[in-house]
Design a protein around this ligand. Structure first.
Ligand SMILES: NC(=O)c1ccc[n+]([C@@H]2O[C@H](COP(=O)([O-])OP(=O)(O)OC[C@H]3O[C@@H](n4cnc5c(N)ncnc54)[C@H](O)[C@@H]3O)[C@@H](O)[C@H]2O)c1
Length: 254
């Protein structure tokens, strides 16, 4: 197969699905993966050239199996997008040890293990590659209500992105992150309901606050994030590594 191969995690929904679509549109064969196989299959059916796999990013052996399977089937692995993530809004003082562990297991350890799997296979193949991690605006600022565990898990992703970029650069592997703001996805639907409940206002009011917080004046779309990821994957970003790129309509500027 001549197409470059890109693996996307959490690609059965929201931002991951949009990334899979955009990379496909730009000529990649996309390995669509998600904890929920049915949703991964749904994404893959929409694309020109794709395959669907169940992958739980908290299980390191599963990421390595998938990366090696891609190598064995296609003989190449060009890009890996570690996008899967979870959130649960609650007050800092109410966050349980099990919720904290789960958030870190998916958002931080998942990115770590997937990055290891991708890097090992890319190094074996010796052709370099690109890894993009989905972090968040909450990876750069903690002024975010009811998401203390999430903020901590995403700050870790930004540091990890830099450490990976530094160690993997000699192997021709670039590593960057994207930091979305308020993106209209199923995750956001859940957060609207939680934040409304916790603040004692309507979901419409919460949405209005989010839009008011965004200088470009609208909620983000998953496609806004997907085009930034596709840029980081592309040769146009050939000299960019270790960067955590804000894609948030100006909601947080650093
Ligand atoms: N929506 C936003 O406003 C927003 C903002 C900043 C960052 N993000 C980040 O973007 C990424 C995607 O978020 P989204 O809004 O598309 O969410 P989403 O809930 O719509 O989609 C997340 C996908 O990840 C999958 N997933 C969950 N746990 C998994 C696991 N253990 N292994 C593999 N897959 C798993 C889910 O099944 C789902 O398909 C996440 O990392 C999220 O933290 C989202």
């Amino acid at each position: 197969m001549n197409r470059p191969i890109a693996v996307v995690t959490g690609a059965g929904s929201g931002i991951g699905r949009a990334i899979a679509r955009e990379l496909s549109r730009r000529g990649h064969h996309v390995v669509v993966s998600d904890l929920d196989l049915a949703s991964a299959e749904q994404t893959a059916r929409e694309l020109d050239s794709a395959e669907a796999h169940r992958l739980d990013v908290t299980e390191p052996e599963q990421s390595l199996d998938l990366a090696r399977g891609v190598r064995d089937t296609h003989g190449r692995l060009d890009a890996w997008i570690s996008n899967a993530g979870i959130s649960k809004m609650q007050r800092f003082v109410d966050t349980s040890p099990s919720d904290l562990r789960r958030t870190f297991a998916v958002n931080t350890e998942g990115v770590f293990y997937c990055g290891q799997a991708a890097a090992r296979v890319m190094m074996e193949l010796g052709r370099g590659g690109v890894i993009v991690n989905t972090a968040s605006m909450a990876a750069k600022q903690g002024r975010v209500p009811f998401l203390a565990d999430y903020v901590a898990s995403k700050f870790a992703v930004m540091g990890l992105t830099q450490a990976m970029a530094f160690e993997l650069a000699p192997h021709g592997i670039r590593v960057n992150a994207v930091c979305p703001g308020f993106v209209a996805t199923p995750m956001q639907e859940r957060e609207l309901a939680w934040e409304a409940e916790l603040r004692g206002v309507s979901p419409e009011e919460v949405q209005r606050l989010w839009v008011n917080d965004t200088p470009l004046g609208r909620l983000q779309t998953p496609e806004d994030v997907a085009s930034a990821v596709a840029f980081l994957v592309s040769a146009d970003a050939a000299f960019i590594t270790g960067e955590s790129l804000s894609v948030n309509g100006g909601a947080y500027m650093d």
